[in-house]
Design a protein. Sequence first.
Length: 161
Amino acid sequence: MSADDNDAHARLAIELEEARAELTALRDESLRERAELENQRKRMAREVDTARRFANEKLLAELLPVIDSLEAGLNVEGDTADHLRQGMELTLKQLLKVVADNGLTAVDPVGEAFNPDHHQAMSMVESREYAPGQVVQVYQKGWLLNDRLLRPALVVVSRHD
């Protein structure tokens, strides 16, 4: 072998060693990034699970005073029906405030035009008091959660023959 061949061979050996070192470094970096992504995926799964398990925490904490009121009312002995009714009305008022604070609103459409997006017609009745297609009676209130229908109102709709 000539000196030029030896130099070329030495350069190729050095380049090969540099390429091997770079490949090892890239493999290590890839393994670290994969491990980091896996850890992040596991952390996100834990956070989603925790969020799901405790999503109702605020709402349930707000309902505790309502439960306390109901229990206090049940512990009163020998009270009159009037007092019981007043207690129930106050407790209902507490409950309605809690649900309203959490985005729940009632759909109670007496006198309004029938809206198939929010109402479910149970029957129709002849009425001179209401225009055709208006809600005459509500059997059961509907409910919206943040403007999305949770349950339609069950209604009676007027008609003219």
